[in-house]
Design a protein around this ligand. Structure first.
Ligand SMILES: Nc1nc2c([nH]c(=O)n2[C@@H]2O[C@H](COP(=O)(O)OP(=O)(O)OP(=O)(O)O)[C@@H](O)[C@H]2O)c(=O)[nH]1
Length: 159
């Protein structure tokens, strides 16, 4: 699918992305990772995942990405939400899955960082395409959500 361009140029194509919300069973912590050097928004925090390759399902893409990036193999992928976000570098459709089971030891294979976080997150800045999901997760947990907390840090870092 495409979005009409405001410049009259070619419509921008959606990039389909599989994103994992990994939830640690013992304390419900969420896995957040930093974007590796060399990618747009390097050093920003996100939920782990990546782009679908041709012919892949969301679950296949997420399993591949998490093996490549984190060295783990997911054992489930519970389809949860689909969101869209327009960045200057891309128009993305994010397919969010909850993951509660995996095997393997975490290994940061792209030199990124990982952090098990409770809400509200203490790592900053966070990709703004993830804000809706942070809101839904907060609501599910009966916690307040203040988008300004995340947006201010993102603005300070050049949103
Ligand atoms: N993984 C991930 N991507 C997100 C999140 N939120 C969000 O807006 N995105 C966007 O989704 C896109 C994911 O692309 P990516 O660059 O991480 O994917 P990839 O690992 O396949 O990259 P590559 O194949 O270009 O190396 C980026 O445009 C990123 O800005 C999130 O929480 N996690």
């Amino acid at each position: 699918m495409t979005e009409l361009s405001t410049t009259g140029a070619e419509p921008r194509k959606y990039t389909e992305v599989a994103v994992g919300v990994l939830i640690r069973e013992s304390d419900n912590a969420l896995l957040i990772t930093s974007r590796p050097a060399g990618k747009p928004r390097a050093g920003w925090w996100e939920f782990p995942g990546g782009k679908l390759e041709k012919g892949e399902t969301v679950e296949q893409a997420l399993r591949r990405e998490l093996q490549e990036e984190l060295g783990i193999t997911i054992a489930n992928c519970i389809a949860w939400k689909v969101t869209e976000h327009s960045y200057t570098h891309a128009l993305v459709r994010l397919h969010w899955c909850k993951v509660t089971q995996w095997t393997g030891e975490f290994e940061m294979r792209e030199g990124q960082q990982m952090s098990w976080q409770q809400l509200p997150l203490t790592v900053q800045p966070v990709l703004e395409g993830s804000f809706p999901v942070l809101q839904w997760l907060s609501e599910e947990r009966g916690l307040p959500f203040d988008v300004a907390q995340y947006a201010n840090a993102a603005l300070a870092d050049g949103l």
